[in-house]
Ligand binder design. Sequence first.
Ligand code: ZN
Length: 219
Amino acid sequence: MFKVLKTVKKACPICEAERELQFGNRSERLKIRDEDITVESKVYFCPIGKHYFHDIDDEEEKFQKAYREYRNRKNLLQPKDIKQIREKYGFSQRAFTRFLGWGEITIQRYEAGALQDVAHNSLLFFIRDFNNFKQLFQIRKSQLSKRDINKIEKSLSELESKMYQVAFNFMFKAAIIEKPKLPIRNFALKIKPTIPTQYIKGIINYIPIEQKGELALAA
Ligand SMILES: [Zn+2]
């Protein structure tokens, strides 16, 4: 169905002549891999030649819409998710694609909206998990330059700090704030095997001043 929004005088690329064209919305059914997807797009209609055509940008937008819908149906990552995974670990597009062993501009294309390969999607989904990523990093880091390795290792240690901090705050609140009778020193000793000393020191901010000494002893 075509819904006219306005009429414009413009060159029709099919007639190769200036025409009084109708511009509006039309739904169109597209075949994206194994799925039929209906999307609405902006389109011109030439009443003389009785044909439809798109501006390049509207054509692109039409496919982007269809791909987004396809990814939703198939539970695939969206381009913004892929970018987020890459940036979380501190990769440039080029280093990330090298690390994954893919073609040179693969990640660039995916982030720009190209529909990803399903096997590629599975790998990205797998390494979205920090611990999975760390395992793959040990195996694949030799593909990267020394400088990139340092950069990623720095990101990993920052991420780890944040994760410890979150876990620690949670445990701290549970053990100290909600059960204020529990001695701080016991608590700190108890979690010490699972959380490095430097993070135990981080909770000092939460502690009433008269108890800080006790915690410092435990740390
Ligand atoms: Zn025409």
